[in-house]
Design a protein around this ligand. Sequence first.
Ligand code: SF4
Length: 316
Amino acid sequence: GEVLVEVNNLKKYFHIGKGAILKAVDDVSFIIRKGETLGMVGESGCGKTTCGRTVIGMYGATDGEVLFKGQNVHRMNAKQRKDFTKQAQIIFQDPYASLNPRMTVGDIIAEGIDIHGMYSGKERMNRVYELLGMVGLNKEHASRFPHEFSGGQRQRIGIARALAIEPEFIVCDEPISALDVSIQAQIVNLLIKFQRELGLTYLFIAHDLSMVKHISDRVAVMYLGCMVELAESHELYRNPLHPYTRALLSAIPIPDPEVERTRKRIMLEGEVPSPINPAPGCRFRARCPYAKPVCAEQTPPLKEIDKEHFVACHLY
Ligand code: SF4
């Protein structure tokens, strides 16, 4: 398929004082094809949220580039930037924090419509009602305020706001992590439905592999600012190669109690090391049961081991 987003050697560092550098995203490359969902997973501090925000231009890049339809997201003039914000949107983890508590839901949803001068008056309200209906809410909700809604409903409002300006690409920044398990599937199904109906492209960020399984075409696994594995979804779940991916997968319970009972769970030893001033070599080595001397000396590059299956590990 056609490439919509291309990320080349992206780095995002934060200087956090006393000469310390937090390497939140450290030399990450990937593409996202038009109409697909790329899932991105990792523990907190792995850089996935920073990566998503840098891809969408909320953060500048320290080095490397992000191309959207071939155009560098961080080198746009005002007009190009406005055009880009109409095509690329973001949905946040905490829908409450991202919704202005003093604005009505109708005005929140219409924010982008107003900025881009898409509709006014009656047409504008009709579009708001249409969007509310699309996400499973109704007309009466337009005059209410965010605090009157549950977490799941707020995320529906966040989705309606993102869809209002008919974007092509949405960064879903942990959109279900803060929700009850019973609500998570509803939100994922809603996002899948819109993807099919509207031809959307997603970067879907989550902290565990079970959350991205049903929505992702391909999945990228992040660890301390680096991408350690990238593969088609079914391939990654069937044949995980990186020791970290294997550990993450083994932590997901299997519904079959017989399989669950006999299965060997891989326990990750040690604390998650810090992405501040990381030592050279593989960043997973302190927790890796297979670490060998070369792992301390050389950072393993992300290599294509099989068709569309990339892994960064000296075992391969
Ligand atoms: Fe483990 Fe070495 Fe592979 Fe890193 S490169 S995951 S330390 S085997």
